[in-house]
Design a protein around this ligand. Structure first.
Ligand code: ADP
Ligand code: ZN
Length: 213
């Protein structure tokens, strides 16, 4: 099964993707994580991507498409995978369809995570991230067991540079302008499943399982 998780930053795509990885054993393909890894490794691609990401802009379609094209060809994607943060523009969605078509495959479902902007700002501004394993916490609602330390790997938590107040509002406007039209793209293909993602993570997880059953 090939799933696309579609929704604004802070809507919980990454959290749900990680649960699906555990339950179904499909890999999570997060272009955001791939780009942050490239930045951490200091590759030329990472250096280029960083200037866009730090100010909340999208990296070029060709970079994002190139990452996914390479990734979906690996053997662990054979039984299915979860796309988190890709596609983010109509050209990316069209490229994805072409890449999959060449392999005789297609997107099965696109889940749309619906959350209003006020709640997104609350979630993103309090978010703390593990730079090592990408786990996420929240200063009020999902505190780590030890202050400032990742529960899973013990690394020191950080606030992502793009989780600052100014960059959050930029990311939300980029989402509304560039990514939200994808809902219509998948609706026309009869693949869109909209979810109320303001609910607790467990409830969203149950809604996804119910839809897949
Ligand atoms: P979020 O969904 O919380 O904004 P991501 O980790 O998915 O976080 O993305 C962080 C940043 O990485 C984006 O703001 C953008 O700059 C870049 N990025 C990630 N995926 C893509 C993509 N598919 N196309 C263009 N830019 C992307
Ligand atoms: Zn960690």
């Amino acid at each position: 099964m090939i799933l696309v998780l579609l929704g604004p930053p802070g809507s919980g795509k990454g959290t749900q993707a990680k649960r699906l990885v555990k339950e179904r054993n499909w890999p999570q393909l997060s272009t955001g994580d791939m780009l942050r890894n490239a930045i951490a490794e200091g590759t030329p691609l990472g250096l280029e991507a960083k200037t866009f990401m730090d100010r909340g802009a999208l990296v070029s379609d060709s970079i994002a498409i190139g990452l996914v094209d390479e990734r979906v060809s690996r053997p662990d994607c054979e039984n299915g995978f979860i796309l988190d943060g890709f596609p983010r523009t109509i050209p990316q969605a069209e490229a994805l369809d072409r890449i999959l078509l060449k392999k005789g495959r297609k997107v099965d479902w696109a889940f749309l995570f619906e959350v209003d902007d006020r709640e997104l700002v609350r979630r993103l501004s309090g978010r703390r991230t593990c730079p090592k394993c990408n786990a996420m916490f929240h200063v009020d609602t999902m505190q780590p067991k030890r202050d400032g330390i990742c529960d899973h790997c013990g690394a020191k938590l950080i606030q992502r540079p793009d989780d600052s107040a100014e960059v959050i509002s930029k990311r939300l406007s980029v989402y509304h302008d560039w990514t939200s039209p994808l809902a219509e793209y998948y609706r026309r293909q009869d693949k869109l499943i909209a979810l109320d993602a303001t609910r607790a993570a467990n409830e969203v997880n149950q809604a996804i399982s119910a839809a897949l059953a």
